[in-house]
Design a binder for this molecule. Structure first.
Ligand code: AMP
Length: 461
């Protein structure tokens, strides 16, 4: 029996059969190494990146142990961001869809507390949430973890980076001492090692070589003379290759906003993504980038986690990352799914030591290349082909993507080809339309009805 076949695991037959329907034929390296100890209820620390299949690694562990007849919270998964928590919950639901009556609940900040209270009263087996909100429910007594079997810390390094250490400690206080603890992290700073020592029992440590395909990602490095040249270099790189979707990484929140503002002032369509944004603005920013009506997203590593976008044309490191693993993770976001990606890194003399370290880590020589010609700055910047329309009706008003598409493309409407991605939230929806079709699209939505009602519509600029 192959060591990477799921059949080597002794999973419940319903879980096993469902894997085949999901198209999961063999285990990914992280699954092959971590699932055997996870299924033996051992504590595991695994170094794994997004895309490695880590969610199924712990998800299958939780589902195998689950006693669906006991309607108590048996597993808790903590994630740094709401987007990641949503993705994790979605994956667990998919993996567990053969289990009748299973309830997986997300508890994240930025969502209605009252609705969560109602859901908790109905009970749940598995909770996936962000630390702040989970701790709030524990403190107020609406969530109880007395029957918890397994605690998962997903992207533990990011949770610590975001300052959740005390919140995590407070949550762990509410869990039984006898439990399985699984910790997944892309990097292993000393803080992680010390938290692992405190909260885990004889954990097995698993490391899997980073799985990104570096051959499809072309890396370019540019040494800048001084700090004033950094933003110029960024403008030149963007203006030269004019990528449709670029993620620019900064090391601090403040810098993301400053860089986005500068780019906007030169006519680029750029937005900042960082942890201090209000939830609504954050949602809008993510939507506008995902639907290609914003071409540049300037983000910190923490904020970019959970960003679920598969086809980035370019990643630009405005500042090189502090750690080599983070660098590899950043550039791994481009060139996915067989697409060719470009990764550019700017660095100053002061940051040269990080370049030397990275060259060592990657085992390859790194040389600075000349920047595109400065006269490019005189050329007009480029704009995205799409723009976003916001509709003040969403899931609660029973608005569905098909309704929006139907309203836009009906009589005197725009063509289906001119409609891009549609995202529906609780009380609002966003639809991307071709820039040239925005006026008729707006008119159609304003005049027409969705679910028999008129909704306010506006273009987001
Ligand atoms: P993750 O690293 O958990 O975000 O997973 C990355 C992607 O891989 C998800 O879309 C999973 O659905 C998918 N995936 C996870 N495990 C497997 C597997 N064994 N075979 C095929 N796809 C998988």
């Amino acid at each position: 029996m192959s060591q990477t076949a799921f059949s080597s695991l002794n999973l419940h037959s319903s879980l096993y059969q469902n894997l085949a329907t999901l198209g999961y034929q063999t285990m990914t390296p992280i699954q092959a190494q971590s699932l055997p100890p996870i299924l033996e209820a051992k504590d595991v620390i695994a170094q794994a990146q997004t895309g490695s299949g880590k969610t199924a690694a712990f998800g299958l562990g939780l589902l195998q142990q689950l006693d669906v007849k006991r309607f108590r919270v048996q597993s808790l998964v903590l994630c740094p961001t709401r987007e990641l928590a949503d993705q994790v919950a979605k994956e667990i639901r998919k993996l567990g869809r053969s289990i009748h009556n299973i309830k997986v609940l997300t508890l994240c900040g930025g969502m209605s507390y009252g609705v969560q209270l109602g859901s908790l009263e109905h009970g749940a087996h598995i909770i996936v949430g962000t630390p702040g909100r989970v701790e709030e429910h524990l403190r107020k007594g609406s969530l109880k973890l007395n029957n918890l079997n397994t605690l998962v810390l997903d992207e533990a390094d990011r949770m610590l980076d975001m300052g959740f250490k005390d919140t995590l400690d407070a949550i762990i206080e509410h869990t039984p001492k006898q439990r399985q603890t699984l910790l997944f992290s892309a990097t292993f700073p000393t803080q992680i090692q010390s938290i692992a020592q405190r909260i885990m029992i004889n954990p097995m440590r698993i490391e899997v070589a980073s799985s990104h395909d570096s051959t499809s990602i072309v890396q370019h490095f540019y040494k800048i003379d001084d700090e004033a040249q950094r933003i110029i270099a960024l403008r030149l790189l963007l203006g030269h290759s004019r990528p449709e979707s670029t993620l620019v990484f900064c090391n601090t929140k403040r810098e993301t906003q400053e860089v986005a503002n500068e780019l906007q002032s030169y006519g680029f369509c750029a937005l900042a993504l960082h942890g201090d944004l209000e939830q609504k603005v954050r949602d809008q920013t993510l939507v506008r980038f995902a639907n290609r009506s914003t071409s540049i997203l300037v983000a910190t590593d923490v904020a970019a986690r959970g960003l679920d976008i598969d086809s980035l044309d370019a990643v630009i490191n405005y500042h090189i990352a502090r750690e080599c693993e983070v660098h590899v993770h950043r550039i791994g976001r481009t060139g996915r799914a067989g697409c060719n990606g470009t990764a550019c890194t700017l660095y100053s003399e002061k940051e040269s030591y990080k370049i030397a370290r990275l060259a060592d880590y990657l085992n390859q020589a790194i040389e600075s290349e000349p920047l595109p010609p400065i006269k490019l700055l005189e050329q007009p910047t480029y704009k995205p082909n799409m723009t976003t329309l916001q509709i003040d009706g969403g899931k609660k008003q029973k608005v569905r993507p098909g309704d929006i598409l139907g309203a836009l493309t009906g009589k005197d409407g725009i063509t289906g080809k001119q409609v891009g991605k549609i995202h529906i939230f609780d009380n609002c929806a966003y639809v991307a339309v071709n820039w040239d079709a925005r006026k008729p699209a707006l008119k159609k939505l304003e005049k027409g009805k969705l679910k028999g009602r008129s909704f306010q519509v506006r273009q987001i600029l």
